[in-house]
Design a protein around this ligand. Structure first.
Ligand code: C2E
Ligand code: CA
Ligand code: CA
Ligand code: CA
Length: 279
C-alpha cells in the first residue's frame, strides 16, 4: 500500500505533495493522539434570548498537540473524515461529553441539553447509533440531555444509511439539531421529514445581518420557518449587542457566540455554570 501511495504522490505538484504529506503526518499523529488523551472538549453556552437563562452548551473538540500546540477542529476534522479516524474520534467525543454531562448533573449544574457535533461520515456508517447507546448507558444520563448536531451536507454520502441512522437516533430519545442551516441544501420537506428539534442559523448570516439586508431577510425567514415547524431556533456566532437585539426583534429563541462566551475548557465551563446569573 505504501508503494502505491508513493506512486500517486508523484503526480502532484510540489506544493500539493507537501500538503498531502502534511495531511498524512497529521493523520498519523491524530491516530496516536486518540490513545494519549491529547483531545479535549471545550464548551460554549447557549442563552435564551428572552429569559437570559442558559439552555444548553455545545461541545467542541480541540487537539492539544505535543509540538504544534492547540489545533482547531477545522484543521483536523476534515483529515479525520477522509481517513475514517473521525469514527473513533467521534466515539471519544460522545463518551467524554456524556461523562461531563453526568458530572454536571450530579453537581446540579447540567444545562437542559448538551450538543455534540457528528460528522456525516459517522452518520453514513452503521455504528453511530450503537456508540450513542453505549455512551448513554455508560454515563447514565437521560437521552434528552444529549443533542446531536448534524449538518445539511450529511445526505452527500450514503443517503439511505444516513436517514436510517437518524431515525434510530430518534428512537433512542436524543435530541437532533441541524447545524449551519442555510449554507447547504435542504428543503422544507427534508426538514419536516427529519423531525429535528433545533435549527442553528449559520454564523455567516448572523455576522452580516446588520450591514446586509439580504442576510437579515434570510435570518428572519429561517426563524419563521423553524417556528412554523415548532423548532427551537439558535443563532450562532453572535458577537455584539446589535446582533443580539436584532435577533430578539426577530423572535429568535437562543443565541450562542463570543458575546456571551468563547468555548471554554470543562473546568472553566463548570465555573461559568456555577456563577452564571441571567442578565
Ligand atoms: P460548528 O459546529 O459550526 O461550530 C461553531 C464554530 O464557531 C466553533 O468553531 C466555535 O468556536 C465558533 N464560534 C462560536 N462563537 C463564535 C463567534 O461569536 N464568532 C466566531 N467567529 N466564531 C464563533 P470551532 O470550535 O473551531 O469548530 C469548527 C467546526 O469544527 C465546528 O463548526 C464543527 O463543524 C467542527 N467540530 C467541532 N467539534 C467537533 C466534533 O467534536 N466533531 C465533529 N465531527 N466536528 C466538530
Ligand atoms: Ca455545531
Ligand atoms: Ca454551526
Ligand atoms: Ca460550521
Amino acid at each position: 500500500a505504501k508503494m502505491q501511495g508513493r506512486g500517486i504522490l508523484r503526480f502532484f505538484s510540489p506544493e500539493l505533495t507537501r500538503r498531502a504529506k502534511e495531511r498524512v503526518a497529521l493523520n498519523a499523529d491524530l491516530r496516536r493522539a486518540l490513545g494519549r488523551e491529547e483531545l479535549r472538549l471545550h464548551y460554549q453556552p447557549q442563552i435564551d434570548l428572552f429569559s437570559g437563562e442558559i439552555v444548553g452548551v455545545e461541545a467542541l473538540v480541540r487537539w492539544q498537540h505535543p509540538e504544534r500546540g492547540m489545533i482547531a477542529p477545522g484543521e483536523f476534522i476534515p483529515i479525520a473524515e477522509d481517513s475514517g479516524l473521525v469514527v473513533p474520534l467521534g466515539d471519544w467525543v460522545l463518551h467524554e461529553a456524556c461523562r461531563q454531562i453526568k458530572a454536571w448533573s450530579d453537581a446540579g449544574l447540567a444545562p437542559r441539553k448538551t450538543a455534540v457535533n457528528v460528522s456525516p461520515v459517522q452518520l453514513s456508517r452503521g455504528q453511530l447509533v450503537q456508540s450513542v447507546k453505549d455512551a448513554l448507558e455508560q454515563s447514565g444520563i437521560a437521552p434528552a440531555q444529549l443533542e446531536i448536531e448534524i449538518t445539511e451536507s450529511f445526505v452527500m454520502l450514503d443517503r439511505e444509511q444516513s436517514f436510517k441512522s437518524i431515525a434510530e437516533l430518534k428512537t433512542l430519545g436524543v435530541r437532533l439539531s441541524i447545524d449551519d442551516f442555510g449554507t447547504g441544501y435542504s428543503s422544507l420537506g427534508f426538514l419536516q421529514q427529519l423531525e429535528v428539534h433545533t435549527l442553528k442559523i449559520d454564523l455567516s448570516f448572523v455576522h452580516d445581518m446588520a450591514t446586509n439586508s439580504g442576510n437579515a431577510s434570510i435570518v428572519k425567514a429561517v426563524i419563521a420557518l423553524g417556528h412554523s415547524l415548532d423548532l427551537e431556533v439558535v443563532a450562532e456566532g453572535v458577537e455584539d449587542e446589535v446582533q443580539m437585539r436584532l435577533l430578539r426583534s426577530m423572535r429568535c429563541d437562543v443565541m450562542q457566540g463570543y458575546l456571551v462566551s468563547r468555548p471554554l475548557p470543562a473546568d472553566d465551563m463548570t465555573r461559568f455554570l456555577t456563577s452564571f446569573e441571567p442578565a
